[in-house]
Design a protein around this ligand. Structure first.
Ligand code: ADP
Ligand code: MG
Length: 686
C-alpha cells in the first residue's frame, strides 16, 4: 500500500503536526507519545455521546450531558476555597458550573446573557444541580453538531479538547494520503488499519457507542482488537522462537535448594514440589527459560521461587527479584535473608536508599558479592551493574505493565532465565489464548491446615455491631486489616481512612491501631508493617496498598469498606491477606444499602467461593461490554481492545496471523509488539 510519496507515520515527529509546539510535545512525551504513529495509537478509553441536547430540568446526577443555555450569573468566591461559579439556565431550569483551577481571564470569558454550550457530568452539590470543570463553548448561531467524541487518557498539560484536535489533525494527514501507517498484519478479511484507526477516533454520529467499546461489534474495533491480540501472541512467541537459538547457563546444583527446604518449618505441598520440578527442569535445558508460575493468593509461590534462585546461587551467579511495591520488596528481603542465612548475601534496592548505603550496595552487586538482589524497578536504574545476573524473577508480574522500562539488556551477561509469578490464576483456555508461548506451572492447592475464610457482608448501618465484634475478637488475640478505598475525607460517599479513623479513635485505644497508606514514607510504612507483624498493633487501617503480597500470618480479620466499589479479583486479593495462619479467619464486606445489580452479584460470588480460579472466571463473565476499568483490576493480562470473551471469534484468525508474523524479520515483529506491549518487548529483548 505504501507509496513513495507518503511518509511512514512512525518516523514523523509529533512536532510536525500543525499546532504542536514544544510544550505540547513535552506533555505528549510524558505519556510515551513521540511520533505521529504513537499518537494515532493513543486510542480512546471511552466516548461521550453528544448526539443529543438535553434539557436542564431532565438531567439526573452522574449523567454525561450536552446542554445549551444562557449565562445568568458569574461570581467568584474564596470560601471554602477559591472558585468560579457560573449559573446557566435554559427554558426548563438552571445548573451551576464550578471551576477551582482557572486563569483569571476565564471570569471575563463568561458574560452574563451570552449563549453557551456545556458538556460535562452532572452531580448534586451544595448549590443543587452542578457540574465541575465542564467543557464549554460560546455559541453564536450555528446549528448543534451531533457527534460522538472520544475520551483519552490525559496528563498534565493535555486536555481532552487538545488531544482530540491533535489527533484529528493526524487523521487528516492520513486521509489526505500525506502519511501512512504500516499495516503489519498480512492479508486479512478485516478493515484496513487506517480505516479502523480513523473511525475509532472519530465515530460517525449514527454509530452506536457500545459497538466501539471493548467487546463491541464494530468491525473497526474488531480490526484493532485483532492487531492487539496478535501483538500479544507474538510478543511471547517471538521470545520462545528466539530463545531456541540462544544459549543460557545450566543450573543443576540443588545443594542449597535442599538445605533451604530442610530448614523450613513446613514441608512443601505436592503442587509446590511439582512446580519446583518443572521450573528446575527448565534450568538445565541450556536455553533461556520463560515461565509463569501461577497460584492463588497464599498458595506459597515465594518459597518455590526462592529454591529456584538457590540453584543459580549454588553456581555462584546472581538473581534479581522484582517486586511491584517497596513494602513487598522489604518483605521478600526479610524472607530471603532468613532462608539464605549462611548461604548467600542478599541486597535490597529501592528508589529511596540513602546515598551512603547506595554506594556500598552497588559495589556489592557489581562485584558479585551480593547474590540475591531484591527490589522495585529501581533495580534497573542505570547505575546498578551486575557481575553475572542469570535469573530474573518478577513477582506479581501483571503489575509490571506496559511502559515499564525494564532494562535487562544492560544488566545481564547473556540471556537470563525469567520466571514470572502471578497471583491471578488464569483459566486454562484463557491462558492458551493470551499467553501462548509461555510455559506455565500452577500451584492449585493451598498449604494444609488453612481454615477457610468465612466471608459475610454488612450494610453500613450495621457498623456499630461490627465494631463490637472487632473489640471482642481483639481481646481474644485477633488482628485486623481494615481497608478503605481512599485516604482523605471528601464530599463523595466513599469511606476514607480519615473518616474511619474518626470513628475508631472513639472506640479503640490509640496504640491499638495504626494507619498505612501509599503516600507515607517507605521507612514509616516498613516500621508499621513490622509492628503489625509482631502483633504490637491490633488494627491496620489501610488503603489498598496492602492488596499485593503482604504476608502477616496471624492477622485473621479483613474488613473492606465500600466493597461494592471493588472488582472481584481485587476483593479476592484483599481477602487473601487473611486465612494464612491456623486461626479461623473472617472477611467482612461493608457496603452501601443501595447497590447496583452487578455489585450485588460480585459480593455474592465472593461470599460463595474461596477459589481464585472460580473468581477469575466469574470476573470475566460479570464484566459487561465496555467495562474497561473492570478489566484493569482483574490482574489478567489487560487488553485495551481485545475482549477475552466477546472477541473469541478472533482466536483462530489471530493464531494463523501470528504464525505468519513470527516468520517476519525481527524488526517488523518488534514494530507491532512495540505498538501494544513495549514492556513485553523489553522482556524479549534481552
Ligand atoms: P503467595 O503465593 O500469595 O505469594 P506466599 O509465598 O506469600 O504466598 O506464602 C503464603 C504463606 O504461606 C507464607 O507465610 C508462607 O511461609 C506459607 N507457606 C508456603 N508454603 C507453605 C507450606 N507448604 N506449608 C505451610 N505454609 C506454607
Ligand atoms: Mg506473593
Amino acid at each position: 500500500m505504501a507509496t513513495d510519496q507518503k511518509l511512514d507515520a512512525s518516523l514523523i515527529p509529533l512536532s510536525s503536526i500543525k499546532g504542536v509546539g514544544q510544550k505540547l510535545t513535552e506533555s505528549f512525551m510524558k505519556i510515551g507519545i513521540k511520533s505521529v504513529e504513537d499518537l494515532l495509537f493513543h486510542l480512546p478509553i471511552g466516548y461521550q455521546d453528544r448526539t443529543k441536547l438535553s434539557k436542564i430540568a431532565e438531567l439526573v446526577p452522574e449523567q454525561e450531558f450536552v446542554i445549551r443555555g444562557s449565562i445568568e450569573k458569574v461570581s467568584q468566591t474564596f470560601v471554602p476555597r477559591k472558585m468560579l461559579l457560573v449559573k446557566v439556565k435554559d427554558n426548563t431550569g438552571h445548573i451551576f458550573l464550578r471551576f477551582f483551577y482557572y486563569f483569571p481571564g476565564l471570569r471575563k470569558f463568561f458574560k452574563e446573557g451570552s449563549q453557551i454550550q456545556i458538556m460535562g457530568t452532572s452531580r448534586l452539590g451544595r448549590y443543587g444541580l452542578e457540574t465541575i470543570h465542564p467543557e464549554y463553548e460560546l455559541v453564536s448561531n450555528e446549528l448543534f453538531v451531533p457527534s460522538i467524541l472520544p475520551k483519552y487518557t490525559l496528563t498534565k498539560g493535555l486536555s481532552q479538547q487538545r488531544i482530540r484536535k491533535t489527533i484529528n489533525e493526524a487523521i487528516r494527514l492520513l486521509k489526505d494520503k500525506m502519511i501512512f501507517i504500516d499495516d503489519l498484519l498480512p492479508n486479512n478479511n478485516f478493515q484496513s488499519l487506517e480505516n479502523a484507526l480513523s473511525r475509532i477516533h472519530n465515530p460517525n454520529s449514527e454509530d452506536k457507542i457500545e459497538d466501539f467499546l471493548i467487546g463491541g461489534a464494530s468491525t473497526f474495533r474488531k480490526r484493532i482488537a485483532l492487531e492487539e491480540i496478535v501483538a500479544n501472541k507474538i510478543s511471547y512467541l517471538s521470545v520462545k522462537e528466539q530463545n531456541k537459538s540462544r544459549e543460557a547457563e545450566v543450573f543443576e546444583n540443588n545443594f542449597f535448594a535442599k538445605k533451604i527446604t530442610e530448614n523450613l518449618d513446613f514441608s512443601l505441598t505436592d503442587d509446590q514440589k511439582k512446580a519446583y520440578r518443572e521450573i528446575s527442569s527448565d534450568l538445565v535445558k541450556g536455553s533461556p527459560m520463560l515461565r509463569l508460575l501461577q497460584g492463588d493468593v497464599g498458595s506459597g509461590k515465594t518459597i518455590v521461587a526462592a529454591i529456584i534462585a538457590a540453584h543459580v546461587v549454588a553456581s555462584d551467579k546472581q538473581v534479581a527479584i522484582l517486586a511491584p511495591t517497596t513494602i513487598l520488596a522489604k518483605q521478600h528481603f526479610d524472607n530471603f535473608s532468613n532462608w539464605f542465612k549462611d548461604i548467600a548475601e542478599v541486597e535490597m534496592i529501592t528508589s529511596k536508599i540513602l546515598a551512603a548505603d547506595k554506594k556500598r550496595k552497588l559495589r556489592s552487586i557489581a562485584s558479585g558479592k551480593a547474590k540475591l538482589v531484591i527490589g522495585t524497578h529501581a533495580i534497573f536504574q542505570k547505575d546498578t551493574k551486575f557481575k553475572n545476573l542469570s535469573l530474573v524473577i518478577y513477582d506479581e508480574q501483571h503489575r509490571f505493565g506496559v511502559g515499564q522500562r525494564l532494562k535487562l539488556k544492560e544488566k545481564a551477561a547473556s540471556f537470563p532465565h525469567q520466571l514470572l509469578l502471578s497471583a491471578t490464576p488464569i483459566p486454562r483456555t484463557m491462558a492458551m489464548t493470551v499467553l501462548s508461548g509461555l510455559e506455565i506451572s500452577t500451584i492449585k492447592s493451598l498449604p494444609p491446615n488453612r481454615k477457610p475464610i468465612v466471608t459475610t457482608s454488612l450494610s453500613n448501618d450495621r457498623r456499630p455491631a461490627l465494631i463490637q465484634r472487632i473489640k471482642e475478637a481483639i481481646s481474644k488475640g485477633s488482628q485486623v486489616y481494615w481497608v478503605c478505598p481512599k485516604i482523605e475525607e471528601g464530599e463523595s460517599d466513599l469511606v476514607s481512612v480519615e473518616d474511619l479513623e474518626n470513628i475508631l479513635k472513639k472506640e479503640f485505644k490509640k496504640d491499638e491501631y495504626e494507619i498505612l497508606h501509599g503516600k507515607m514514607k517507605d521507612k514509616e510504612k516498613g516500621d508499621i508493617l513490622e509492628r503489625f507483624k509482631s502483633e504490637q498493633i491490633k488494627i491496620l487501617l489501610a488503603t489498598t496498598v496492602i492488596e499485593v503480597g503482604i504476608d502477616a500470618p496471624d492477622a485473621n480479620i479483613m474488613v473492606i469498606e465500600n466493597s461494592e466499589r471493588f472488582g472481584l479479583s481485587q476483593l479476592h486479593q484483599l481477602r487473601g491477606r487473611v486465612g494464612r495462619g491456623t486461626k479461623e479467619s473472617f472477611c467482612i464486606l461493608m457496603h452501601k444499602d443501595e447497590m447496583s445489580e452487578i455489585a450485588k452479584q460480585r459480593l455474592s460470588i465472593i461470599k460463595e467461593t474461596n477459589d481464585g480460579f472460580v473468581v477469575a472466571e466469574e470476573d470475566l463473565n460479570l464484566r459487561g461490554p465496555g467495562d474497561i476499568l473492570g478489566l484493569s483490576q482483574t490482574g489478567l493480562p489487560s487488553f485495551m481492545f481485545y475482549d477475552l470473551l466477546a472477541d473469541k471469534e478472533l482466536q483462530e484468525e489471530s493464531n494463523k496471523i501470528a504464525k505468519e508474523v513470527i516468520m517476519f524479520p525481527q524488526s517488523k515483529q518488534k514494530k507491532i509488539i512495540e505498538r501494544w506491549f513495549p514492556a513485553h518487548l523489553e522482556l524479549s529483548d534481552v
